[in-house]
Design a protein around this ligand. Structure first.
Ligand code: FAD
Length: 620
């Protein structure tokens, strides 16, 4: 076999992004996965995005990633969440056809002449002088390469639990990867166990949809990717139902039979995503829990029962779910289950996802202790980009917390001690108003251009769109709405009439007036600019004051992030540091003074000591 620049092991959301972006940056890539048919498989929800996660998808998209585009092409429902709140927490969530998503991504990789796809298992690494030089595949043997990115997800010693039944597996119906984890122990890595769970899939033919509330798509769709604007798949609704007293009684009386409560599961699960038995036990005062019935695709009749993840025995799952309205005759296609798997506590990678133990080796995705497709994809993309930059001998690409949710994700992973599967929340980002999902394209465009992640056609399109937004803003500053039109609008909105016309920007700053109103009332022409351009220019006008204040705060907050700390610093040589601080700093090896300050147990006094020492060393 030939020598590859980058070998990516694992065909989940992290792996596909890593392989894709490395090839885009001019590398020859080998993409190895245990089952090609499950490339970019959604192991759980048939959905992409949602709160905070949609920010990651938008950022991935502008940085050349696949996820946003694939989500748009496979979406059977587009829904903007939190629309009644401020734009900082708006989020897009798509319900997706799982198979279309997976096939779309697989085809993209297969069509790429710089990516070779191979179905095989990575079983060992070849390492020389603490640097990776190749991999050992179960069937194809030794293959040489410059960099290796491992994205094995929930597959390392994966163990499925359904009641007392245990099945070694990476996902239901797929083999676990059992050899690789032990090899990593030999290389001196620390390995821990985590747990996650998934609900049952039932046949749509067995659901009585009559009287179940419906959740449909948005009327006006702004997709994830700037590349897409129309030709979406046929849209499908979700349905809502609720558990009740009888459901809870059955679950409660069988708690001892769940893998979780019987003590069979040792790994830590995500508190923010509890199983149904966990919810019934922990929130016993709640008379019911909401369940969403989500279609798994256009070409299947399976429904995903969102909110009912469980490790109860199958017969109890069936009994409990059949007490729920609409699900009285539920036919289970696949059971709910919990899965435990090995992961690597993330202090073992640096901010590029390169491992500290072995040079040229990167970990990305669930293997680093995260949960979620979007979190995995973001890591895959960053590991892919950084592996290429290191081959080219260029500076790493590290996003600040103030620049992107991806920056927050990476910083949290390498700085904090992660004890349960990490997922992204808006609350984790301190600069939420600046890090909106709607402005990701323009926050990150310069990086993308510099790194060569977009084609010239894509860049031209984005720059033209930005110009249009600026033109619109200028128009709002200068254009006065005639009194007659203004009063027509105010009447339509149930607001008091005015005695004089109004500048558009003043009008848009009013909380009750939205750009959609101006378009609807023909004060602005819907055909002149795209809906995105109108919406984006509206946000910039409406929230101008808040956005400017946030920018000032970011400048202050970034001060310490701009003071870099090199990897080879030995903090035991820093005079005046406490032993605990020395140990933590030597373990984490922060890349900036800002990051050092975010390590648990590092105080502002420690930061002052670090700064004094750096000054003495002539480094600041
Ligand atoms: P995965 O998607 O797990 O992909 C791993 C890939 O690596 C697979 O293609 C596998 O074949 C391949 N592989 C593994 N080992 C090797 C090897 N040695 N050689 C070659 N290839 C290998 N996320 C949520 O956000 N919410 C949830 O509710 C949720 N529930 C989940 C429930 C279950 C049962 C599971 C399994 C996952 C759940 N997840 C959930 C997590 C979500 O699926 C993952 O976070 C995401 O898919 C991780 O992406 P990844 O690329 O890291 O790994």
């Amino acid at each position: 076999m030939k020598l590859y620049d980058v070998i990516v092991a694992g065909g989940g959301h992290a792996g596909v992004e890593a392989a894709w972006i490395a090839s885009k940056m001019g590398m020859k890539v080998l993409f190895v996965t245990m089952n090609v048919d499950t490339t970019a498989q959604m192991s759980c929800n048939p959905a992409i995005g949602g709160l905070a996660k949609s920010h990651l998808v938008k950022e991935l998209d502008i940085l050349g990633g696949i996820m946003g585009d694939a989500a748009d092409h496979s979406a059977i429902q587009f829904k903007t969440l939190n629309i009644s709140k401020g734009p900082a927490v708006w989020a897009l969530r798509t319900q997706n056809d799982k198979m279309v998503y997976s096939n779309y991504v697989r085809k993209k990789l297969e069509d790429n002449p710089d990516i070779d796809v191979v179905q095989d298992e990575l079983v060992d690494l070849h390492v020389k002088n603490s640097t990776v030089i190749g991999v050992e595949l179960s069937l194809n043997g030794m293959i040489s390469c410059k960099r290796v990115i491992i994205t094995s997800g929930t597959f390392l010693k994966g163990l499925i639990h359904i009641g007392t039944t245990k099945i070694p597996s990476g996902r239901l119906g797929e083999s676990a990867s059992t050899i690789l984890a032990d090899k990593f122990l030999d290389f001196g890595f620390e390995i821990q166990r985590l747990k996650t769970g998934t609900p049952p899939r039932i046949s749509g033919n067995s659901i009585n949809f009559t009287d179940l509330p419906i959740h449909g798509s948005d009327d006006k769709i702004i997709p994830f990717s700037f590349r897409n604007s129309s030709n979406f798949l046929e849209q499908r609704p979700c349905f809502v139902t609720n558990t009740n007293d009888e459901t809870h009684r059955i679950i409660e009386s069988n708690l001892h039979k769940t893998a979780l409560f019987s003590g069979q599961i040792k790994g830590t699960g995500p508190r923010y995503c509890p199983s149904i038995e966990d919810k019934v036990y922990r929130f016993s005062e709640k008379p019911s829990h909401r369940l969403f019935l989500e279609p798994e695709g256009l070409y299947t009749n399976e429904y995903y029962i969102n909110g009912f993840s469980s490790s109860l025995p199958l017969d109890i799952q069936i009994q409990a779910l059949r007490t729920v309205k609409g699900l009285e005759n539920a036919h289970f296609v696949r059971p709910a289950y919990a899965i435990e798997y090995d992961y690597f506590p993330s202090y073992q990678v640096d901010s590029t996802f390169e491992t500290k133990n072995i040079k040229g080796l990167y970990f990305a995705g669930q293997i680093n202790g995260t949960s979620g497709y979007e979190e995995a994809a973001a890591q895959g993309l960053m590991a892919g980009i950084n592996s290429v930059l290191s081959i080219k001998g260029q500076d790493p690409f590290i996003l600040k917390r103030s620049e992107a949710y991806i920056g927050v994700l990476v910083d949290d992973l390498i700085t904090k001690e992660i004890r349960e599967p990490y997922r992204m929340f808006t609350a984790l980002a301190e600069h939420r108003l600046e890090l909106r999902h709607d402005n990701a394209d323009y926050r990150l465009l310069d990086f993308s251009e510099k790194l060569g992640l977009l084609s010239s056609t894509e860049l031209d399109f984005l720059k033209r769109r930005l110009e249009n937004i600026e033109i619109l803003r200028g128009h709002y500053d200068n254009f006065t709405v005639r009194l007659e039109d203004l009063n027509r609008l105010l009447f339509h909105k149930g607001l008091d009439q005015s005695s004089e016309g109004s500048r558009l920007n003043k009008l848009l700053k009013r909380p009750q007036i939205e750009i959609d109103d101006l378009l609807e009332m023909d004060i602005l022409s819907p055909d002149e600019y795209s809906y995105y351009e109108y919406k984006q220019s509206e946000i910039l006008v409406k929230y101008e004051g808040y956005i400017n204040r946030q920018k000032e705060l970011i400048v202050k907050a970034d001060k310490n992030d701009n003071i870099k700390l090199s990897n080879d610093l030995d903090y035991s040589k820093f005079s005046g540091l406490k032993l605990e601080a020395i140990e933590k700093l030597n373990k984490v090896k922060p890349h900036s003074v800002g990051q050092a300050g975010r390590i648990a147990g590092i105080s502002p006094a420690d930061i002052s000591v670090i700064l004094i020492n750096l000054k003495k060393m002539g480094k600041v």
